[in-house]
Design a protein. Structure first.
Length: 295
């Protein structure tokens, strides 16, 4: 059954069998802790791929009440989708799997999650906690839980990076306000976004290149806009996720600014029939002169 395993768990079990029988220290740890079902109320780790955890856990939480309370504080970070292995890393500590020995996360897993998630925590004034100091965890050649996702430096996949900005769909209030917003930004386009998958922790999004209507290109070349917008979808997983709101495809009018080697979306409107103000603003845009142009 899916709840009792997964690729990462099967790999861990294989490594454990190759490792050999547990020693005296592991036997002591096994006697000093007990196995308990992961409760539904522990949203961070329930249905993670195994059904039982050890108490006390690797963060020295001694009761399930304490575990649930402390683990829930990490849910907002997971919602930022800062790293696809963040949940596995945190659950290896909050809800260690019930095996013959305690298995810590690998140092490289900690470092990868920290590299992506610590900057997001810093946006809200929270430092990476000392209790998660990566130097405390074993090197990769030891028995430990390794990263599941592909190497973030691999050319075949760009690791999504969460945005500190709460990018949300805007309400199309009035046509004038929308026009002012388009004037204030470097670029504005009407695009169609497709969700590539719904099964992984972080959703991947594609730009439909046949459905790109450039309203304003600003400092960008028209020909480079599709590639730059696809880059935005690749690296700003949080913003794209918030705009899509769980849908599989959608048409949006987005505007933003150009920052050195990337584009940042500041405003996004859903292109729907009921958004009459948005339709009116796009029609008027072709003949609209922004204040700096009028002067």
């Amino acid at each position: 059954p899916s709840r009792l395993g997964g690729p990462w768990l099967l790999g861990l079990m294989a490594r454990l069998l190759l490792w050999g029988a547990p020693g005296a220290w592991a036997s002591y740890l096994r006697r000093s802790s007990s196995c308990m079902p992961i409760p539904h109320r522990m949203a961070l780790c329930y249905d993670i791929g195994y059904s039982e955890m050890r108490i006390p856990n690797l963060l020295e939480h001694e009761t399930m009440t304490e575990v649930i309370q402390q683990s829930s504080s990490w849910l907002p970070l997971l919602a930022r989708e800062c790293h696809p292995d963040a949940r596995i890393f945190l659950c290896s500590l909050f809800a260690p799997i019930c095996l013959d020995r305690l298995i810590y996360p690998c140092r490289s897993l900690c470092e990868a999650v920290k590299r992506s998630c610590a900057p997001v925590m810093a946006c809200y004034g929270y430092p990476w906690p000392e209790i998660l100091n990566c130097n405390k965890f074993p090197a990769d050649h030891e028995l430990c839980i390794a990263a599941v996702s592909m190497d973030e430096n691999s050319s075949s996949r760009r690791m999504p990076r969460a945005s500190c900005k709460d990018c949300e769909l805007e309400e199309a209030s009035t046509a004038r306000e929308i026009l002012e917003s388009l004037c204030a930004n470097d670029f504005a386009v009407k695009i169609r976004i497709l969700r590539k998958n719904t099964t992984t922790t972080i959703s991947d999004f594609d730009l439909d290149p046949s459905k790109v209507e450039v309203l304003k290109h600003g400092p960008l070349l028209r020909t480079e806009i599709p590639a730059r917008l696809q880059q935005w979808l690749d690296i700003d997983a949080t913003c794209a996720h918030n705009i899509m709101r769980g849908t599989h495809a959608g048409v949006f009018v987005v505007s933003g600014e150009v920052q050195s080697d990337k584009v940042v979306v500041n405003k996004a409107y859903a292109w729907q029939k009921r958004n009459r103000n948005l339709h009116q603003a796009v029609r008027r845009w072709k003949h609209h002169r922004c204040p700096e142009q009028a002067g």
